[in-house]
Each structure stands twice: as structure tokens, then as C-alpha cells.
Design a protein around this ligand. Sequence first.
Ligand SMILES: Cc1cc2nc3c(=O)[nH]c(=O)nc-3n(C[C@H](O)[C@H](O)[C@H](O)COP(=O)(O)OP(=O)(O)OC[C@H]3O[C@@H](n4cnc5c(N)ncnc54)[C@H](O)[C@@H]3O)c2cc1C
Length: 431
Amino acid sequence: MSRDQRTNDNLALATAQKYALDNELPLAVIFVMHQTLTKRSFEQYEFMLQGLSEVADTLESKNISFISMHGKPLEKLSLAFTHFKPSVIFFDMSPFKSARRLKEQLSEKWPVSVVDTHNIVPVWEASSKQEYGARTIRPKIHRVLDEFDVDGYEIQSHPHEWPSKAVVPFAKVKNDFLNQISQIRKNNCSYTFLSGEANASKALQSFLDNRLKGYSENRNNPVINGLSNLSPYFHYGQLSTLTVYKAALKRLLDDSSLQKDFDALVEEMVVRKELSDNFCYYNDNYDSLQGAPAWALASLSKHANDERQYVYSKEQFENAQTHDQAWNAAQIQLRKQGKIHGYMRMYWAKKVLEWSTSADEAFKTLVYLNDFYSLDGGDPNGYVGILWSVAGLHDRPWGERSVYGTIRCMVYDGLRRKFPIEEYIRQQGTL
Ligand SMILES: Cc1cc2nc3c(=O)[nH]c(=O)nc-3n(C[C@H](O)[C@H](O)[C@H](O)COP(=O)(O)OP(=O)(O)OC[C@H]3O[C@@H](n4cnc5c(N)ncnc54)[C@H](O)[C@@H]3O)c2cc1C
């Protein structure tokens, strides 16, 4: 278990259990904790560990062993596999290079299978190549979506006992890990999101009861709470998009006036989200500006020496110290709530391009801020959202202007025309 940290609707776990039941074998879930010192805040690890505690408890109640370790994944998993000699190993799917390399290396010695339980349509089923944009992946996903709209996956109590009694309790591994990472920088803000599958389920319920109706309109207005607010749960895999899809579909079947809202949700949570995985899966440059399309790179390069009206350092951005109160408010929202409203997130990123010395520096600043402060950061959606904003990924050329070249730009007056931006600024307060 790595990217999909849950026991409900987890196809990788369900596939492993089915194999174990068919072959009368015991079953264990292995999780390796590995910290990357500067990328994530201390609070992000706490969020993850809290969710994993719930996973550990549920698995224990189902007689499935939860083996957690910290260290380098290749080293730790090789040790575990040498010791336990598993008949088969099922991994969940991540499109990131490090995760794919790890599975390739392990598969040289052990029987490894990968199950995509992060997407409703598995990334390799949706498309066999990098897609140009939502326009090209959308019909491919819709064509097969029904096939993957299954009843969901429940784990049952496992009848075969895990032989090793020496499994270290998760609480101990968790405390050791927290001690080990105590030097990691804190954000020192308490996020509004509560971790774990039970809280994810409550968040889903609240969305369905209070915000699904009107979602197609309200999600673009940052001054009202109109979004699903589920991305942190998707990022840590505490909630499955299949669970959400099925629950929203049920509401639609009871109330056909929800059609527009349901369609908007599918567009974001299935089409756009799966497009991000498609990009990272098929383009190894997802984590640099080089992942951008050629027309955008050429245009940015042509405008590389354009004079910038304002230039800010990483620290000034981080501390919300720009001349633009709307931008500062988005950065404050990021630090205080652990997530920027989706509409403001585009403005936030585009202005960093406008006020940085180069597009490359803007990309790096944005990845740093997004991954460190945003609870849903470190995600394919993050790389894609940033490349879309600063380098035209999955977009088309727009009218040429200074610094942006032909990358689509956003302006303060555009925000004002769409919603009461002053109200948004007021809502965020100060750092
Ligand atoms: C600069 C920038 C950075 C971003 N970084 C991240 C990130 O690190 N992690 C992240 O999950 N999303 C990221 N996004 C995409 C999007 O902003 C968030 O998914 C969304 O705001 C999350 O809030 P929500 O769950 O309330 O979204 P809702 O609008 O309610 O959407 C529901 C779900 O659909 C998916 N979704 C929505 N918008 C997009 C999108 N544009 N692209 C792909 N999937 C989408 C997400 O899984 C989301 O949880 C980024 C976008 C931009 C412009």
C-alpha cells in the first residue's frame, strides 16, 4: 500500500485478498514510510499517519497483518520479501517515476502486479499514450466508464492467520517515525481537514447533502463554499473516486435535476483528474518545465527577457508579501487551510510566472509552495495544474503579451468581474 491508503473500495487490496482466499494463504499489507526532507511539511506526515492508524486498526479487525516500516522503499521491501517469501505482491499504482522504477526493480526478483485503484478507469485502459488535453481523453474515458462502474470492493475477515507474531504494532512505528522526522519544518497552522477514512466519508456526506446541488455553478465562486473539498482525501487515497462517483450517481437517480452538477463533478473528478495521471504516466518530464508543449516553451523563451513590472523572491511569495491583495489572500488561504480555492489557484500560479525572473524559477517556486503547504500537494494534479498555469499544458495558445507570451493570462479585474474579490480577501484575514 502506498498511494491508496484505505481499506474501503481499494481494488489493489481486494485483489490481493481474493488471491489469498483462492489459494488459502495469509495476507499482509506492507507500508514503507519514507520522508523527503524539504518537500512536505511536518503536518502533512501527521495527516498521513493519522489516516494510516485507522487503516491499521481496520486491517487488524479483519485478521490482516499491517506491516509498516520506515526507510528506503527498495531496501525495506527487498528485506521483507526475502524474509516472507510472498507468493504474489500487489502494488497500488502511482504514475511517478520513483514508484514505477521501484516496481520494475522488485519485479526482477519477485512476482509483482500493479493495480490502479486511484482512477476509476485504470490509466493504461483510458489511453495508451500521452493525451493532448481533456478534449482527447474525455471520449476515451466516457466510452468505457460504465465497464468500471462496479459495486465497490469490501474486505472480509481473513480466515488464514499471518504466521509471524513479531509484527511491530503500528503505534510504535508511528511514534518512532514522528521522532525521526521531528526536524522537518512545520507550517504551524492547523488545517481545517480531519484525516482518515471515517472523516473522508463524513466530508463526502457533507458534500452530497449540502453542495452537490448547485456544484456546477458554485464551484467557480471562491467566496462561497461550493467545492467538494475532497482533494486531500483523494491525494492520500483515504477516499476512492469510485466511492464518490457511485454515491453521486445514486443521488442523481433519485433527483434528475442534479444532472448538470453530476456532469460537472465527473468532468473534474474523473476526466481532469485522470488526465493528470495520464500525463505523468506517459511523460517523464512531468516534474519540470520541459514537460510543457513545444509551442509554449518556444513562446516563453521568446519572452524570457521581457521586463517584469514586479519581481518577488520565494520568501516574499511564501509570506504573502506581494503588492496584490488577492494574490496574498490566496497564499494565506493555502497556509491557513491547506488548500487554495480551485479558481484562485489558477490566478495564484499565473501571477508567480508574471512576477518571477524566469518561467523555470516560477515553476520551482510553485512546486515548492504547493507541495509544502497544500494538503493535496505532491500529486499529479499539482504538476499538471502548475504546468497548465505557467506553460500551456493541455491548453492552446492565446493572444501574445509581455512575459506570458501566448500562455493564457489572468488579471485582477477579471476576478472582480466574476465574484466579489474584496470579500474573498476579507475572508482570508492575515497570516
Ligand atoms: C496551480 C494549480 C495547482 C494544483 N495543484 C493541485 C494539487 O496539488 N492536488 C490536486 O488534487 N489538485 C490540484 N489542482 C487542481 C484543482 O485545483 C484541485 O484539484 C481542486 O481545487 C481541489 O479542490 P476540491 O477537491 O474541492 O475540488 P473540486 O472542484 O470539488 O473537484 C473535485 C475533484 O476533481 C479533481 N479536480 C478538480 N479540478 C481539477 C483539475 N483542474 N485538474 C485535475 N483534477 C481536478 C480533484 O481530484 C478534486 O478533488 C491544481 C490546480 C492548479 C491550477
